[in-house]
Write a protein that binds this ligand. Sequence first.
Ligand SMILES: [Zn+2]
Length: 124
Amino acid sequence: MHPAIKILVGALMVVLGIFSLTLPDFFQAFVNLVKGGIGPILILVGAFIIWLESDEWKMRRSEQKEERNMGVQQQLQEEVKERKQASKEDETEEAEDDKHACPQCGKEFDTERGMKIHQAQKHD
Ligand SMILES: [Zn+2]
């Protein structure tokens, strides 16, 4: 809309407002308007506030739920990490245990028994 038209509409509203003030039954009409309008306005505003706040409340509750879920997920992830590290350590330990190096020549054997046999055969 053109600014000039807006100004014209505004001026018209001001003129109409001033004109309505000069009417003899204006005050009574104004009181009636307030009386008639206050109920619906209260209902609208009240409903709006309830809707707004309940929406915010719901959002906050779901956020808290998400946070709680996040917490659980983080705990799970940390647990998985710890388990992975533990299993890695186990693997390395097992790997070390699996290999039996001959103390004389350093040749590695899968079992201590094999290494002992090797020692007996090659070094004694
Ligand atoms: Zn050896």
